[in-house]
Design a protein around this ligand. Structure first.
Ligand code: C2O
Length: 534
């Protein structure tokens, strides 16, 4: 195995999109940022140097970080932020992982422009469990705001209202021509007739689940969140913020140009950036001014398309890559997730939108939770996060008891190596909306999913315990539920939150503390000497 060295200079860079220019926070001046390439079991060292006025931290989304929680990255959860002028060396090993993941800033809304791909190749000599593609391409999906992104969220926090939505979606940094600004070309993917390509699709957008489609071509899904899947063909890929999807694309036309379309999925009538981003699949030999074969993206509320895609995902579950689904469960948890309102005297409506898990709106601490845990610093968090909702939940009604939330920095304590079943139930209290829930430090199996209220008697009988898809970010359907299972085999403090950044800001987050009971220092490695201080 190798050690791979990277240097991330966090710098401002004037960047032009949608016919206007603004300074954005970048890594090494690039949007999207540089790609990390490594092999399974390699060690990765990333030296992050902060040259901007903001505090910074970087998260390696989906990297397990076995015993190395200090390198996970969420600010105030596993580390204090890297302050302006400071340096931190992230040091982690890609134990037993291969596939596509992403890295992104994990503080403020810097993720909007501070993100990039992580490509983990199989160990040398180990083939993919599918035919080797002719070439691979990274496809990073994102969002673009014409105004300063930090100003957008600061304004919303002050007013208590929802922040402005983005002005466009992007494909590898470019929206493609949009109305009002048709000059800027989009991303072009060159292909040769008859060849097969693997696209590593990453949703790095802040707030939008996205559909991805290519005119005239089927896509075969082979991997999600760096775990192999049973291959299945589809016209449309659904991908939530934080998720990654590898697809095979066979260039089975002789020539031509074909539209790549990226559009939002949101099955509730709320504000959403509904601009379709476009790129072009360009067959070799086709004239640049040839007309492009178009495609219609699914409508914004295409829940059947989304459900059909999600229900088709299965673990590969082969001899080499078995699905190790926990069958016996030590902890059974039930979390409601949703939006609510809390009183706010300085806000525009006298109230502010908040989000919660089990009616707790998470309050960020001012020193990192992992440090507080490791060094036994009291008064930073409590470990009384409720394992069940405080009030009887009923999705079909609107009980006001579920509407208001309490605040706190509450963690849920899991015994080391215990097996956990967690049912995530969307409450849809204000606007029904999907929530892509991301768990740090673990992969989990998505064993069940449904609409309406979870039925603890009937629904578990239908769980897939054989080949459920394994991932790190799961879309909890609007007005429905998702059930996941995992083994708490990673000591530390692990964040879990909605990967729609606006919901994280509103408090849709909590953390697990995983401890072997013999004292955290026996299981978690000690912090590196350059760990940032608060
Ligand atoms: Cu990709 Cu805590 O996030």
């Amino acid at each position: 195995c190798m050690v791979r060295h990277y240097k991330f200079n966090v710098v401002m860079k004037n960047t032009s999109r949608l016919c206007s220019t603004k300074p954005i926070v970048t890594v090494n001046g690039k949007f999207p940022g540089p790609t990390i390439v490594a092999r399974e079991d390699d060690t990765v060292l990333v030296k992050v140097v902060n040259h901007v006025k903001y505090n910074v931290s970087i998260h390696w989304h989906g990297v397990r970080q076995l015993r190395t929680g200090w390198a996970d990255g969420p600010a105030y959860i596993t580390q204090c932020p890297i302050q302006p002028g400071q340096v931190y060396m992230y040091n982690f090993t890609l134990t037993g992982q291969r596939g596509t993941l992403l890295w992104h800033a994990h503080i403020l809304w810097l993720r909007a422009t501070v993100h990039g791909a992580i490509v983990i190749l199989p160990k040398r000599g180990v083939p993919y469990p599918f035919p080797k593609p002719h070439k691979e391409a990274i496809v990073v999906l994102g969002e673009w705001w014409k105004s300063d992104v930090e100003a957008v969220i600061n304004e919303a926090t002050k007013s208590g209202l929802a922040p402005n939505v983005s002005d466009a979606h992007t494909i590898n940094g470019y929206p493609g021509p949009v109305s009002g600004c048709s000059t800027q070309g989009g991303f072009t993917l060159p292909v040769r007739p008859g060849k097969t390509y693997m696209l590593r699709i990453i949703n790095a957008a802040l707030n939008e689940e996205l559909f991805f489609k290519i005119a005239g071509h089927k896509l075969t899904v082979v991997e999600v969140d760096a775990t192999y899947t049973k291959p299945f063909p589809t016209d449309t890929v659904l991908i939530a913020p934080g998720q990654t999807t590898n697809v095979l694309l066979t260039a089975n036309h002789g020539s031509g140009k074909y539209l790549v379309a990226v559009s939002p999925f949101m099955d509730a009538p709320i504000a959403v950036d509904n601009v379709t981003a476009t790129a072009t699949l360009h067959y070799s030999g086709t004239l640049a001014d040839a007309s492009t074969t178009l495609t219609n993206p699914p409508p914004q509320n295409a829940t059947p398309v989304a459900t059909n895609f999600t229900d088709s995902l299965r673990s590969l579950n082969s001899n080499l890559y078995p699905a190790k689904v926990p069958l016996k469960i030590d902890r059974s948890l039930f979390f409601t997730i949703g939006l609510g309102v809390n009183p706010c005297s300085t806000c525009v409506n006298g109230s502010r939108v908040v989000a919660d898990i089990n009616n707790v709106t998470f309050v960020m601490p001012t020193v990192s939770l992992l440090q507080a845990h490791f060094f036994n610093i009291s008064g930073v968090f409590t470990d009384d996060f409720p394992g069940n909702p405080p009030n009887q939940f009923n999705y079909t009604g609107t009980p006001l008891t579920n509407f208001q939330t309490e605040t706190g920095t509450k963690l849920y304590r899991l015994p080391y190596n215990s097996t956990v079943q967690l049912v995530l139930q969307d409450t849809g209290m204000i606007a029904p909306e999907n929530h892509p829930i991301h768990l740090h430090g673990f992969n989990f199996f998505a064993v069940g999913r449904g609409f309406g209220n979870f039925n603890p008697k009937k629904d578990p009988k239908k769980f897939n315990l054989v080949d459920p898809v394994e991932r790190n970010t799961i879309g909890v359907p609007s007005g429905g539920w998702s059930a996941i299972r995992f083994r708490a085999d990673n000591p530390g403090v692990w964040f879990m939150h909605c990967h729609l950044e606006v919901h994280t800001t509103w408090g849709l987050k909590m953390a697990f503390v995983v401890d072997n009971g013999k004292g955290p220092s026996e299981s978690l490695l000690p912090p590196p000497s350059d760990l940032p201080k608060c």
